[in-house]
Design a protein around this ligand. Structure first.
Ligand code: NDP
Length: 299
């Protein structure tokens, strides 16, 4: 008996950078794989590696019970599967989307006779098939469906199942990605400040990494304060001091000829929290998080 006979066959729709990386890991692990991509040229290299290339999404979906999607966005999932017979299929949607898109795509799939789990990939293509790189995928929706395909889904990267609500994979994915862009914004501002000075980016880099690592305590600290509602106990960097210090940051940006637009939104949020109540002066900055939903008119 060859390996192929015992490995779950599957279909993958979407062979961009991520889809191609995923496909290669399943092929290397011996899973019979049917692929489809809008631009057929991208499937050719995979055909040489053993993939079966379907001519249409309908043919690809018909080939296997397990159908994985890795397309650009939720709209491309809808247009690709429009009119395709999904009855009896197990759809796993690795395409990045919003929580609402995850929920509505689940209802859409179930109305067409398919089972559905949504997912969010926390890895770059170079981390796929490289367990030590630490990448993983969030999954949410039907737990029995996830458990049924878990071994196959974990071939490219590890998994974190985050609940039966099909929107929760996207919620976790987008929460982490949003934090990442905030981090990138601060790092970009820091490098812009030293541009034109006799300070090399490569010399600032290790200092920046170390500082950001040390400030990572804020992740757990904010979680505790949001849970308890206590923003004032054991504060070591009070909001009043931080608002004053933020003026120094803005003056430095002006002196260095750097647009402060990437950091002002957070500094403005601290200012707003301080202005709302003099008692907030004794808080740390976690209290400012509560303003964001209020600003959007949510509570
Ligand atoms: P690419 O831009 O490399 O590929 C996009 C894929 O979507 C291609 O297969 C493309 O087909 C297809 N596509 C786009 N529009 C349509 C459409 N209207 N109809 C049918 N197919 C369409 O993106 P990635 O592969 O990098 O990303 C795929 C998914 O993975 C995205 O949701 C992304 O957010 C997610 N992801 C990507 C990461 C990364 O670092 N690359 C990290 C984590 C998640 P064609 O080849 O014909 O253009």
């Amino acid at each position: 008996m060859t390996d192929n006979l015992v490995k779950t066959p599957l279909t993958l729709l979407g062979l961009g950078d991520m889809g191609t990386a995923l496909a290669r890991t399943w092929l290397a692990a011996g899973h019979p794989l049917t692929v489809w991509n809008r631009t057929t040229a991208k499937a050719e290299a995979l055909a040489a590696e053993g993939a079966r290339v379907a001519a249409t999404p309908a043919e690809a979906v018909a080939a296997n019970e397990l159908v994985v999607l890795c397309l650009l966005d939720d709209a491309s999932v809808g247009s690709t599967l429009d009119g395709v017979d999904l009855r009896g299929r197990d759809l796993v949607d690795l395409t990045t989307g919003t929580p609402a898109e995850g929920r509505s795509r689940a209802a859409w799939a179930e109305a067409r006779g398919a089972r559905f789990i949504d997912a969010g990939i926390m890895a770059t293509p170079s981390m796929i098939g490289v367990p030590e790189a630490g990448g993983y995928v969030f999954y949410s929706g039907s737990r029995p469906l996830f458990d049924r395909h878990r071994a196959t889904l974990e071939v490219p990267a590890g998994s974190r199942f985050v609940g039966e609500d099909p929107g929760h994979a996207a919620l976790h994915d987008v929460a982490l990605l949003s934090a990442m862009y905030g981090l990138f914004a601060g790092i970009s501002h820091a490098y812009a400040l030293i541009e034109g000075e006799d300070v090399a980016p490569k010399d600032l880099a290790p200092l920046l990494s170390q500082w950001l690592g040390a400030m990572g305590f804020f992740v757990g600290n904010a979680a505790e304060r949001l849970t308890s509602g206590d923003f004032t106990t054991e504060v070591v960097s009070n909001l009043s001091m931080q608002v004053t210090a933020s003026g120094t940051l803005l003056r430095t940006a002006a002196e260095q000829g750097v647009d402060a637009g990437l950091i002002t939104p957070y500094l403005d949020l601290m200012r707003e929290r301080l202005a709302a109540d003099p008692a907030h002066a004794l808080e740390d900055t976690a209290g400012a998080i509560t303003l964001l939903r209020r600003r959007a008119g949510r509570n």
